[in-house]
Design a protein around this ligand. Structure first.
Ligand code: NDP
Ligand code: MG
Length: 393
């Protein structure tokens, strides 16, 4: 999704600045020889971390999750404009030249829509907003100068490989997956995994939601949908291959049989810097490979009968009419309930499968339609959990 390529940005806003991606984005800005000015920062509830960031980066605006926190922040920084919630995010996302969306989950929709409507560059880590609102985002982009540059490492890799050929020469996109912590585990062993096991990712250090999504491969499922939305390819052109080393971040296959890949050590600062600097490449180098050391790369097919999310994603793309938004919402509810110890890891797929059965197709014409559908899916999924998988709160 790219309507224009702008010269190097002078202003950038980091939404979700207190999270894993947000902090690494601030590292990139800190490391830059010619750093952009930070216009806005945002956090949901982490007051202390946000205050430290405000002190260092001196943004003009911050967005926080509650009025109470806004009062606290305003008391400490009287010169700062402090906004609250979804409205604050969407307004602020339209102000700087680049909005980096590092909010977790569906709450990131406000940032995505705010940036796209205002014709800004959206540096997109928050895949959930694009998965849920793909048709609405696409429509908003038609009449806008906005562009989306992916931060998600696989899509950043594909974005880079696509620069080597024409759109009509692309045959397939191959998303790599680490396989997560349970890649080789037997079905019997999988029934006993704990929250601590699921939160121990073999190659990446990330926030809890995406770490759990990586353990179920629902992260890859969301990324299949993300790839279809970002690169306007058919679902059957997107493949997934397990690559435990997380060195090859994804590949593009062209009609002549050539396969192009982007390689680096797993380091999210690289795709973050790429999305901030594009079309230029910014120093310093992150995650550069050293071939003085032995490097073995392995590839294998995912175990789709266990990690059913991949098939759910293709199914949702085929059905359309809100199915990806439904899948995203019920996954988010399942993960939250797993993190709150209400369901087991082994319950996540049964909860998703049962909640998928309750899907009712709708046409998504506006962000409000997406929010309404998301809300219904959440209620239905919670009913499934309460009825069958956990004792009601
Ligand atoms: P984290 O959980 O580490 O950080 C989430 C950020 O979002 C925090 O700043 C948090 O604020 C804020 N936040 C949480 N809930 C809300 C809400 N309801 N409204 C507004 N802000 C909120 O997540 P990650 O950094 O790991 O992931 C962020 C996004 O990037 C996700 O969509 C993920 O899929 C994607 N991504 C992440 C990668 C990674 O390596 N981490 C890799 C590729 C994609 P607070 O701190 O106050 O709670
Ligand atoms: Mg990814």
């Amino acid at each position: 999704m790219s309507n224009f390529t702008s010269p190097k940005a002078a202003t950038v806003s980091i939404f979700g600045s207190t999270g894993s991606i947000g902090r690494q984005a601030l590292d990139v800005i800190r490391d830059s020889a010619d750093p952009p000015q930070v216009h806005a920062l945002s956090a949901n509830s982490n007051f202390e971390a946000l205050c430290v960031q405000i002190g260092e980066f001196r943004p003009k605006v911050v967005v926080v999750g509650s009025l109470a926190m806004a009062h606290q922040v305003s008391e400490r920084f009287a010169w700062l404009e402090c906004r609250v919630g979804a409205e604050g995010l969407s307004q602020s996302a339209g102000e700087a030249e680049i909005a980096l969306n590092a909010v977790v989950g569906f709450a990131g929709l406000s940032v995505t829509m705010g940036a796209v409507r205002a014709g800004r560059r959206l540096a997109l880590a928050n895949k959930e907003s694009l998965v849920a609102a793909g048709p609405v985002v696409r429509k908003a982009m038609e009449n806008s100068r906005a562009e989306i540059v992916p931060v998600d490492s696989e899509h950043a890799a594909i974005h880079q490989c696509l620069r080597a050929g024409r759109v009509t020469e692309v045959e397939r996109l191959i998303l790599t997956s680490s396989g997560g912590p349970f890649r080789t585990m037997s079905i019997e062993a999988l029934s006993k995994v704990t929250k601590a096991d699921a939160l121990r990712h073999p190659t990446w250090a990330m926030g809890p939601k995406i770490t759990v999504d990586s353990s179920t491969l629902m992260n890859k499922a969301l990324e299949i949908i993300e790839a279809v939305e970002l690169f306007s390819v058919r679902p059957d052109q997107v493949e997934v291959v397990v690559h435990p080393e997380s060195i090859v971040h994804s590949m593009v296959g062209f009609v002549d049989g050539s396969l192009l890949a982007q390689l680096s050590q797993p380091d999210m600062r690289l795709p973050i810097a790429y999305a901030l600097g594009y079309p230029q490449r910014l120093a310093p180098a992150y995650g550069a490979l050293d071939f003085a050391e032995e490097l073995a790369l392995h590839f294998e097919a995912p175990r789709r009968e266990i990690f059913r999310g991949l098939d759910f994603a293709y199914g949702a793309l085929e059905v359309g009419r809100g199915a990806p938004a439904w899948l995203n919402a019920i996954n988010e509810v399942a993960v939250t309930n797993f993190l709150e110890d209400r369901i087991n890891w082994g319950d996540i797929y049964p909860v998703i499968a049962e909640s998928l059965e309750l899907f009712m197709p709708v046409d998504l014409n506006s962000a409000q339609d997406v929010m309404d559908l998301d809300q219904i899916a959440r209620v239905r999924c919670l009913e499934v959990i309460d009825k069958k998988f956990a004792s009601p709160r």
